[in-house]
Design a protein around this ligand. Structure first.
Ligand code: F0G
Length: 354
């Protein structure tokens, strides 16, 4: 019985913020994916299920610290660009803090559940005729000119919150895993998790580091292209993928992410939409874990890299499942056949289960 240990804020002394706006985020489950472990013949496979956060994604870790910092600085307005989850999270934390949130989203391009969240929490939702990268450009300009506190992952306090994923993994696993695999969009989370591991390493808490493996969707994979073709990083003009959360052509944190992967001896890989949707079904049907498409990119990447022999089956892997599947129900409904209704009789039931 230790009532003081409240999830993310148990690491308070490692966080550079004094105020606390919290919805009891963090403390998410680390599931052993034993069925997939057997099927894929890997030594150890886990999912750090970030969908279990208050608004259903890892963004809550960044927002609890980021919005707390906003209050500490005396800001009464916050803003972000978003593919959906950041806006849902910012809206909720701004509501809790009693401050105004503006969220810019690519019009018609974010999952319905995320839009509903931003609306119900009372954020000013501003759809723009453009993609995430356009939205972020405007947000950066607006925050400079209008003095609105910007809470995209360019804000270092967002990463401070998200680095706690690394702390928790070590806490829960009792050791440092060989590899962390996660989806990469704006490239904040991979940078944050790497920061968390490095801090523990530098403080002498741990004496080894994991490899960071970043997965992008094929249609939005500027980091993967630069990495594989050993050429200069080039933003992508028209990113496209079924995984709307990571439909980003110009990741703001690409330099930090590159360093994380390079320093850790990891790699970047891309996966197709088909591979993403297959991995989403696998997690749901084999492990009881329903994640949104972007999150499934981590498993899709693992499968691809195991099959190509680029990574070893004899190591431990942690998939960061970044967002809850219920955020984007349309993807499931669209891609699956809904059964025809039957007559309300036992006979009809017997007929369909034959
Ligand atoms: N997975 C999910 C579910 C996300 O929502 C995001 C990012 C990522 C992965 C990628 O993380 O950007 O740190 O590399 N979503 C942002 C948003 C861009 O606006 O919600 P990243």
């Amino acid at each position: 019985f230790n009532g003081r240990d409240i999830k993310l804020w148990k690491y308070e002394s490692w966080l550079p913020v004094k105020k606390r706006v919290s919805l009891e985020e963090g403390g998410t489950p680390l599931y052993r994916l034993s069925n997939l472990e057997n099927e894929l013949k890997v030594k150890e496979l886990y999912a750090k299920n970030e969908g279990a956060n208050p608004t259903g994604s890892f963004k809550d870790r960044g927002m609890t610290v980021g919005v707390s910092k906003a209050l500490e600085l005396g800001m009464d307005k916050v803003i972000c660009a978003s593919t959906g989850n950041t806006s849902a999270s910012l809206a909720a934390y701004a509501a809790k803090a009693g401050i105004k949130a503006y969220v810019l989203i690519p019009s018609g391009k974010i999952a319905l559940g995320k839009l509903a969240q931003a609306i119900i929490h009372g954020a000013k939702v501003i759809p723009i005729k453009g993609n995430f990268d356009d939205a972020l450009r405007i947000v950066v300009e607006a925050s400079r000119e209008l003095g609105i506190y910007m809470l995209n992952s360019i804000n270092p306090f967002r990463l401070e919150g998200q680095k706690t994923i690394a702390y928790e993994i070590y806490d829960q696993l009792g050791k440092v895993p060989d590899n962390i695999i996660l989806p990469v969009g704006n490239a904040g989370n991979i940078s944050a998790i790497w920061k968390g591991f490095k801090e523990m390493y530098e403080a002498g808490v741990i004496d080894e580091l994991p490899r960071m493996i970043g997965i992008q969707a094929e249609g939005a994979s500027p980091l993967v292209k630069a990495w594989k073709e050993k050429k200069k990083f080039q933003p992508e003009e028209n990113p496209e993928t079924v995984a709307s959360a990571i439909r980003i052509g110009n990741p703001a944190n690409w330099i930090k992410a590159w360093k994380a992967v390079e320093e850790s001896g990891g790699l970047f890989e891309s996966v197709s939409d088909e591979e993403i949707l297959r991995a989403q079904r696998l997690l749901a049907s084999r492990e009881g874990l329903f994640v949104e498409p972007a999150s499934a990119a981590s498993l899709a990447g693992l499968i691809k890299l195991l099959e190509s022999g680029e990574i070893s089956r004899n190591e431990s892997y942690i998939l960061i499942t970044t967002g809850h599947g219920l955020k984007d129900p349309n993807i499931v409904i669209k891609n699956f056949q809904i059964p025809e209704p039957i007559e309300p009789t036992l006979e009809a039931f017997k007929e369909v289960i034959k």
